[in-house]
Design a protein around this ligand. Structure first.
Ligand SMILES: [Zn+2]
Length: 430
């Protein structure tokens, strides 16, 4: 087998890995980089393939994109996060793009809210734990715990060799047991481990478990004098479950928006314990632009059916002490502020996302500054700690370790003797 990491050997985001056996080629992930190469700005993708190749946003891989002769057998996604899947819509329509059921469900849920994004043409479902053949290569998706639904590590086999690409994974989420299962099931069988190292820059950091956030949320909800606003991703299902459980146990009403309600509804295929809009403790705030997007995308029936659970700003205001409102940082902050007026200073704000987003935030941070609100921070990472990564490497005992999705690849080589540190684009025989 031959391995080329087109992007990811020295950066977080934009992952793209090629595996070849003879003339059979596959790609694992085709992610959007966090910034335009050589610049400090986020990439805009409403451009031609040629323009994106020139700017370096699209990695230079032949036989993959629309407008070329298709030469790749399949493009296979580890999970739905943009830095792994965000360029998949540039794949040639004759090449199949594989992702798990949950990844496609979330893609569909987001589509009405991203009307400008091109659809991925040739979608195929990647079943879990079932090898898929692509010529002389076989790929098996192995479920992992991550902050994206239905994430998978990808085991690639060819001619008796086995390569495991971890994608993104962790041991401290609600499905953290999958981490131990992965080690147990594959110990001693892996030749090459391509392992994510997102958290390596924080070697001593021991993340909280997702479960341990629940009592912390409960403490905050118990002491709220007014509304609690929680800022988190609707795609972080573990977190939604945590907030829901904490709200229920403190007799608060959890208010979600139409976007979150629609997303959770699309993901019922994954679990029937995901909170849903029609559950008794949940209400829904129907922001106008979200109604518009769903109606335009043909989901008027969903909007209509949810009406009995709608709650307006005035009603939330009247019952503020009993309301936990799940928000995203956007212009809707101004709506809340205009309804509450000077009472805004009584609001409790919980930031439940990566701390880096707080530094860049344009809506919530100024709101907190204006009203002298000291925000609370309750979050845990989607990525394995350094001690868990060491446990993975020591447990699997691969012949070769290759770091990816990290800015600190060299740290692996300081701790293990079998680490290779290729540059982006290097071709390795594995
Ligand atoms: Zn991820």
């Amino acid at each position: 087998m031959n391995l080329t990491i087109h992007r990811g050997t020295r950066q977080i985001g934009g992952s793209c890995v090629e595996v070849r056996s003879g003339s059979d080629r596959i790609l694992l992930d085709l992610g959007l980089p966090l910034t335009v190469p050589g610049a400090d700005e986020p990439p805009a993708t409403e451009q031609s393939v040629q323009a994106l190749l020139t700017s370096g946003v699209l990695p230079r891989v032949t036989g993959v994109y629309a407008g070329e002769k298709p030469e790749v057998r399949a493009v296979i996604m580890s999970h739905v996060h943009q830095d792994h899947m965000g360029l998949a819509h540039f794949v040639h329509a004759d090449i199949a793009v594989y992702a798990t059921e949950g990844a496609w469900a979330l893609t569909e849920a987001l589509a009405p809210f991203l009307p400008l994004r091109k659809a991925i043409a040739n979608r195929r479902t990647l079943p879990l734990r079932t090898p898929q053949r692509f010529g002389s290569l076989a790929v098996t998706a192995i479920p992992v715990d991550h902050s994206a639904p239905d994430a998978a590590a990808l085991l690639v086999e060819s001619n008796g060799k086995r390569l495991l690409y971890t994608g993104d994974l962790r041991a401290h989420g609600r499905k953290g047991y999958l981490y131990g299962n992965l080690i147990r099931d594959l110990a001693g069988t892996i030749d090459t481990l391509v392992v994510e190292g997102t958290t390596i820059g924080r070697p001593d950091h021991e993340p909280e478990t997702e479960q341990s956030l629940e009592p912390a949320f409960m403490r905050l909800f118990s002491r709220q004098r007014h509304m609690t606003l929680i800022f988190c991703s609707a795609q972080n299902l573990d977190r939604i479950v945590t907030v829901y459980r904490a709200a229920k146990r403190t007799q608060k009403t959890l208010v979600i928006d139409l976007y979150t309600a629609f997303t959770l509804n699309k993901l019922t295929c994954l679990s029937d314990s995901l909170p849903q809009w029609d559950w008794p403790e949940i209400r829904m705030v129907p922001w106008g632009y979200q109604q518009l997007r769903l109606n335009e995308a043909g989901h008027a029936a969903f909007v209509e059916s949810s009406k009995p659970k709608w709650i307006g700003k005035k009603e939330m205001h009247a019952h503020a002490g009993g309301i936990v409102l799940l928000m995203r940082s956007n212009r809707k902050m101004a709506d809340i502020e205009s309804e509450l007026g000077d009472e805004s200073r009584l609001v409790q704000v919980v930031w439940s996302m990566w701390e880096g987003y707080w530094a860049e935030d344009k809506y919530v941070r100024p709101f907190c500054e204006t009203y002298g609100i000291k925000r609370d921070y309750l979050h845990t990472s989607g990525h394995a700690s350094w001690s868990d990564l060491k446990r993975l490497i020591e447990g699997l005992r691969p012949a070769t370790v290759i770091p990816i999705h990290t800015e600190h690849a060299a740290v692996f080589a300081q701790h293990f003797s079998n680490v290779l540190l290729p540059a982006d684009g290097d071709s390795l025989s594995v």
